[in-house]
Design a protein around this ligand. Structure first.
Ligand code: NAP
Length: 236
């Protein structure tokens, strides 16, 4: 049985991906930032782990736990992400650094760790969740857009490095998806956003999870280094 690790699995898109993979028969480990979130995952049949990507110690503790349990991960979904919106002129160092730590540095850290397992297994899938904002930018999201664009460039470079090892690396770039993240968009009118989306609605977490589970499958074995957009036509 293949084992998948999904960061930020306690809510939203990550939770949908974790449940899809569990239902398809994978062993699934999912992370939350709190023990309560990890316990919620256990109730869903997902092995819950605590991870705060803004803390180097937390990353190291997670990895020690994985290694001490001798878990061999062959699928990594770098999904955890946060926003700290502000215009550049008002952005604090913390607002910039927190975004880089969670959205970009976390992806590098975990990818490097699991690659060593994937090389031994001679098979691997890394899926990074980025955003339409990496391609088109967003006012007030220079930090988030830069981090996601960084993950997309990382995706392509890593895909070139490990392709011959039977490891694929891809990004899924969602548009607006109905999750807690899009509930908290300060001062943004949802009806105005919807007018910009050809399909006339926000997406659902399941609509991202379907693609993630396809990218994990054997059928997706010749797809690597791609940024796949799922956005209702918002960006094309
Ligand atoms: P969400 O509902 O806000 O869930 C975020 C997840 O990330 C939660 O599981 C959360 O854990 C975890 N998390 C938060 N801070 C973390 C940290 N410091 N370290 C590790 N994990 C952390 O978000 P979502 O909308 O599902 O977004 C998932 C991914 O899709 C993100 O990368 C996001 O940037 C991307 N995305 C979302 C949209 C959208 O419209 N929703 C669009 C484009 C891209 P806790 O439950 O413990 O807080």
């Amino acid at each position: 049985m293949k084992t998948a690790l999904i960061t930020g699995a306690s809510r939203g898109i990550g939770n949908a991906i974790a449940l899809h993979l569990k239902n398809e028969g994978y062993r699934v480990l999912g992370t939350a930032t709190s023990q309560a979130g990890a316990s919620k995952l256990e109730n869903q049949g997902i092995e819950g782990l605590v991870l705060d990507l803004n803390s180097f110690d937390s990353k190291e503790q997670l990895w020690e736990e994985v290694e001490s349990k001798k878990i061999q991960i062959s699928i990594l979904v770098n999904n955890a992400g946060i926003t700290r919106d502000n215009i550049v002129l008002r952005m604090s160092e913390d607002e910039w650094q927190d975004i880089m730590n969670v959205n970009l540095n976390g992806t590098y850290y975990l990818s490097k760790k699991v690659l060593k397992m994937m090389l031994k297994l001679k098979w691997g899938r890394i899926i990074n969740i980025t955003s339409t904002s990496a391609s088109i930018g967003n006012r007030g999201q220079s930090n988030y857009s830069a981090a996601k664009a960084g993950v997309e460039a990382f995706t392509k470079s890593l895909a070139r490095e490990v392709g011959k090892r039977n490891i694929t690396v891809n990004s899924i770039a969602p548009g607006f998806i109905d999750t807690d993240m899009t509930q908290q968009s300060d001062g943004v009118n949802k009806d105005e956003l919807i007018k910009e989306i050809p399909l006339g609605r926000f997406g659902k977490p399941d609509e991202i999870a379907h693609l993630a589970s396809f990218l994990c499958s054997e059928e997706a074995s010749y797809i690597t280094g791609q940024i796949i957009h799922v956005n209702g036509g918002l960006y094309m």
